[in-house]
Design a protein around this ligand. Structure first.
Ligand code: CMP
Length: 230
């Protein structure tokens, strides 16, 4: 198996790998298995037993939870280099969210017992993982505060800026954000109805801040949009 094939270079900066030297990183990579999912596939469901964590090599996934009456909330959209599936390992219990492929995706999986082996032998790996968990808690606190203190247009603006920071490509006419999400999914991400989110998007488009495209937006006035999401 080739360990450093170019499309996996992004994984080198993932929390599990970033603190390791090349030799250890190659050895860690060798203990991981490649998992491929097609757009729409569910990798695991909320409530399942968790036996491994994942790092995204290529593509996008969504992490979601659903309420008893079937409403869905999206916790996060993940792209290349991001890790998930570790909560059920460090806090033993069922999976806390459902992971679904938003696009075709390639992942690397590491079995729980292997993760434990790596973190006990390499304290710097534990520090990276702690850093990532702390970052996530910080972000979750912010999302919670926004749900209480911000209006829906503010949350939509902030979500677009966040997606733009992670997935955007700057071109002559603006920042192209191919988020690959339907308007329903965008609404689930900001915790609002599709109608309210559509209205906010149409308002932003009317002001010339962005251009709407299927499963994408082109941000034309980044500063105004960012200010609205503050
Ligand atoms: P696990 O519970 O094993 O499976 C679902 C995964 O979703 C979980 O591990 C975390 O990796 C991830 N996850 C859970 N909650 C959040 C959140 N609030 N933000 C980002 N990722 C999350």
């Amino acid at each position: 198996m080739t360990h450093n094939i170019p499309d996996e270079s992004v994984v080198r900066n993932a929390p599990l790998f970033s603190a390791l030297d090349d030799e250890s990183a190659a050895s860690l990579r060798a203990s991981m298995t490649v998992v491929k999912v097609a757009k729409g596939d569910t990798l695991f469901k909320e409530g399942d037993d968790g036996d491994r964590l994942y790092v995204v090599v290529d593509g996008k996934l969504k992490l979601g939870t659903s309420s008893g009456d079937g409403r869905e909330n999206l916790l996060s959209i993940l792209g290349p280099g991001e890790m998930f599936g570790e909560l059920s390992l460090f806090d033993p219990g069922p999976r806390t969210a459902t992971a679904t492929a938003v696009t075709d995706a390639k992942l690397l999986a590491l079995a729980n017992d292997q993760v434990i082996g790596w973190v006990t032998r390499h304290p710097q790996v534990s520090l990276q993982l702690l850093g990532r968990l702390a970052q996530r808690l910080r972000r979750t606190n912010e999302v919670l505060a926004d749900l209480v203190f911000s209006d829906v247009p503010g949350r939509v603006a902030k979500a677009l800026i966040d997606l733009g920071t992670r997935f955007g490509v700057q071109k002559d006419d603006g920042l192209h954000v191919n988020h690959d999400l339907t308007q329903e999914e965008l609404a689930q991400l900001v915790g609002a109805s599709r109608e309210t989110v559509n209205k906010a998007l149409a308002d932003f488009a009317g002001r010339g801040w962005l251009r709407l495209e299927p499963r994408a937006v082109v941000v034309l006035d980044y500063d105004r949009l960012a200010k609205r999401g503050k």
